[in-house]
Design a protein around this ligand. Structure first.
Ligand code: ZN
Length: 222
């Protein structure tokens, strides 16, 4: 079996969640199967066993066709079932690094508007905001130093690869970071909000970027 970005899958853990349409179950949440912390081999064997047991042979074929090479990256429904098979890297909460996400404090921010209840978390190699998932400004600066200005909002990824980037926001103040090894939130930071930047970080950013995709200080910035 051929997989998309198998090199990442081999290093990743897996969450397998299969739910049943609520019309077909008495269980309220409809969860048929839920396992986390699996490796690729374990995830594959659980899924194979499940589809062989619970789907008709034509549905089983349809399942593997829909999955294609996207094992670990796809969510889809088939018949009465909904399959979410997600590859991920462990997230490490840096509990000693509390912060206030500007998006939380924004008037449209979801959740409580309280300061100092967010954290920085490590996802793969990236330090990200626990609330909005923005990459930490210092890491953004480090990435520009490593890969050059074109890493910001570049179109280096092909159309197919882009479809694997989950939930990419398009709102203002957001910039996308494109690296071939970070194809989804589950593997690291894929975007950042300039509202997380302070004045000094904005200046460093703009200098490194030579004016390309300039950032301005956001008034309610940290
Ligand atoms: Zn944030």
């Amino acid at each position: 079996m051929k997989f998309y970005r198998e090199d990442l899958l081999i290093k990743a853990k897996f969450k397998v969640k299969i739910t049943l349409d609520k019309d077909y179950t008495n269980e309220k949440d409809g969860i048929e199967l839920e396992e986390i912390g699996l490796n690729l081999e374990e995830a594959l064997s659980i899924v194979k066993r499940f589809v062989a047991l619970r789907l008709s042979s034509s549905r089983e074929m349809e399942f593997w066709e829909m999955m294609g090479d996207g094992f670990g990256y796809k969510k889809f429904g088939l018949g009465h079932f909904y399959f979410a098979i997600t590859a991920y890297f462990d997230k490490i909460h840096l509990l000693d690094q509390k912060q206030t996400c500007p998006s939380r404090m924004d008037k449209n921010g979801k959740g409580e508007h309280i300061e100092n209840i967010d954290y920085w978390i490590m996802i793969g190699e990236d330090k990200c905001c626990s609330y909005c998932r923005s990459i930490h400004p210092d890491r953004v600066i480090e990435l520009i130093k490593m890969y050059g200005p074109k890493i910001i909002g570049s179109s280096k990824l092909s159309g197919d690869e882009r479809t694997f980037i989950a939930g990419k926001k398009t709102g203002y103040k957001v910039s996308v970071i494109n690296r071939p090894d970070v194809i989804a939130y589950e593997f690291g930071g894929v975007e950042f909000y300039s509202s997380h930047f302070n004045k000094e970080q904005i200046e460093i950013y703009n200098t490194l970027m030579h004016g390309y995709k300039r950032l301005d200080l956001v008034e309610n910035g940290n």
